[in-house]
Design a protein around this ligand. Structure first.
Ligand SMILES: [Zn+2]
Length: 106
């Protein structure tokens, strides 16, 4: 089980986007990276394609290191460290501050 999961709301704790919150669009477990909606935009040059016949520049989110984000606890309403409780299939994520269960969304 990952500390950060898709559709979690996370808070950025380092870098230019520190303090920003967003929804996790994608988790890349192999590299420990996450893609967060609305955070760390970069301009990407794209070639003309069927979907985008003009090509040009599009704004896109860039991958962030998962260690630079904290999952937002709905009870504390801030970025918190996640602890795990239970075993295997019954394992759940809980807020390390208040013990509130942090459920995976969608
Ligand atoms: Zn909490």
């Amino acid at each position: 089980m990952q500390r950060v999961m898709k559709n979690d709301t996370v808070e950025v704790i380092a870098g230019n986007d520190q303090g920003k919150r967003g929804r996790v669009l994608q988790v890349v477990p192999e590299s420990g990276k996450v893609l967060v909606e609305g955070v760390r935009y970069i301009w990407r040059h794209v070639r003309p394609s069927q979907k985008n016949p003009q090509g040009g520049r599009v704004q896109k989110e860039a991958l962030l290191d998962a260690s630079n984000v904290l999952v937002v606890c709905p009870s504390c309403d801030k970025g918190v460290k996640v602890s795990f409780q239970g075993e295997k299939a019954a394992k759940i994520r809980v807020c390390s501050k208040c013990g509130h269960e942090i459920r995976a969304q969608g």
